[in-house]
Design a protein around this ligand. Sequence first.
Ligand code: ADP
Ligand code: MG
Length: 307
Amino acid sequence: MGTTYHITAVLNPEVIVAQSALQMEVDKLLENVNQAMSTYIADSELSLLNKAPVHQPTVVSQPLFHLLQLSRDIHVLSGGAFDITVGPLVNLWGFGPEERDEKKPSASLIAAANQRVGQQFVRLEQSNLQVTKTASVAIDLSAVAKGYGADAIAALFKAHAIVDYMIEVGGEIAVAGNNARGIQWRLGIEQPSLVQTGVMQAISVSHGGIATSGDYRNYFEFEGERFSHTIDPKTGYPITHTLASVTVVASSAAKADAIATAMNVLGPDKGYALAVDNNIAAYFIIRTKEGFVSKASPAFNQYRVTL
Ligand code: ADP
Ligand code: MG
């Protein structure tokens, strides 16, 4: 996934697995996730699905199917803002597996790439785990894979009777139980800046996923304009609004990851309205002339703590 992971867990006496063995299992698991979901690996399960001819049904693994289903749910929820077929645009803007070219593509190239975008062209058949593309689209799960990786490690831990953990993969988090001091894990939502550091808001979540989507880590600047790696499928252009980051708490890290990306596309107003209407816990950090300003949906407030 081109990123790092970090895990803190409390190993109670019931836990019999050795830490070194667990580390190996985690690495193996993440390799398997990559081998299923990565578009950077030419023979990954997802790459093979992308290469399959249009209209030809492909049977996929349960985890891949599950992520495709989750992605469809968030696509529908967000009115198309979240779209896993956005790959041609991601590549065109230089954020994909293809080599990076830090300049703005022409309007005609953007329009041409946008012709190959549309998640409604990915048909899912739950009963037999079949996926059929009804148009020539390519699927990119970058916006959910890290969250899914954290959930997969959480499932591995549960199987080993580890119930107190905080698992972070590329910034997306799966959390359960308590820390070593016997109290709920505390997390800090950082200031969305590489120069100004510090916690804007501390939260505590007993069980679930937390993900942040922002434009301050992965972007490029060209002729004074800032281009984020999150693309608005409606326009074909990187998002340009004043949202610096959005953090979402959900029942799983994959879900939080997808919703955070969707909120990041929608921006501070439409994203906030969606969060309020659907009881989603979301915390927005907005860039203003006076500095960062935050706005939280009502469902988020239950997670706030003071440090
Ligand atoms: P962030 O943490 O900023 O949300 P993610 O890694 O979760 O970042 O998602 C960004 C990646 O998702 C991009 O690199 C791109 O591959 C993909 N992506 C970009 N725009 C969209 C979109 N509108 N819907 C789904 N995936 C997207
Ligand atoms: Mg995401």
